[in-house]
Write a protein that binds this ligand. Sequence first.
Ligand code: FE2
Ligand code: FE2
Length: 268
Amino acid sequence: MLLAHISDLHVMVPGELAYGVVDTGPMVEKAIAHLKSLSPDIIIITGDLVHQVKPAEYQRLKSLLSKLSMPVYLLPGNHDSRELIRQTFTDYTYLPSTGYLQYTVDAGDLRLIMLDTNVPGEGRGELNAERLTWLDKQLSEQPNRPTLIFMHHPPFTTGINLMDGYGLTGLKDLEAIVKKYSCIERIGCGHIHRPINKRWAGTLAYTVPSPVHQVSLDLIATAETATFTLEPPAYQLHLWNKDTGLVSHLQYINDYDGPYPFVHSKSH
Ligand SMILES: [Fe+2]
Ligand SMILES: [Fe+2]
């Protein structure tokens, strides 16, 4: 079982650029072509699906995703609207028709729990009593099955001041729930547009780079002086095998020189 986790697509309508610089559409198109050629069993997209929360951006994303034949599971980020996701992806029948966009997925031996941290119109994330009670219930139903939790906002402070300012509330309660279950293999997140990982509440929590722009690794900049770069776009892969457990790889999207064989052919 191969899972691909990609996050923060920030799709826009043609002709518009994120922050006046990034033409996200072609970059997302490239990421989707890369995923298509790799052909994982399942793709998870942890929010910031679009940039300005316009219906036309979701339509563009839907058309880009239509090139994929494997199941694609969506979560909202802070740049998203639950209602527009529901209205656009009507054929994604796993999406709940009311309330938070959270649900579980059976993925072979694995179970995926998709947790909605969106607060409409705000950059921060929130896990309130209703969302956390739901999470606890899902975990209690299959406490021994290897499980991955996905959500947009990471549960840890990153040291990047701009992004930590748009953090997640409800962390103490989330931590108490996660600590109860030894079956949680990973907590996979986006939002930070960088590869970061941390041991958290007895499991491994991480964030993935974005397929578009990356937040600069600047541990001094304030929210006012923070910047972004066009460092290599990437996504996360999780390879599950009963014998080896869950092994995670970071996969770059752009084209680079190679591949070259390790064994040189003799010239004589
Ligand atoms: Fe983002
Ligand atoms: Fe975000």
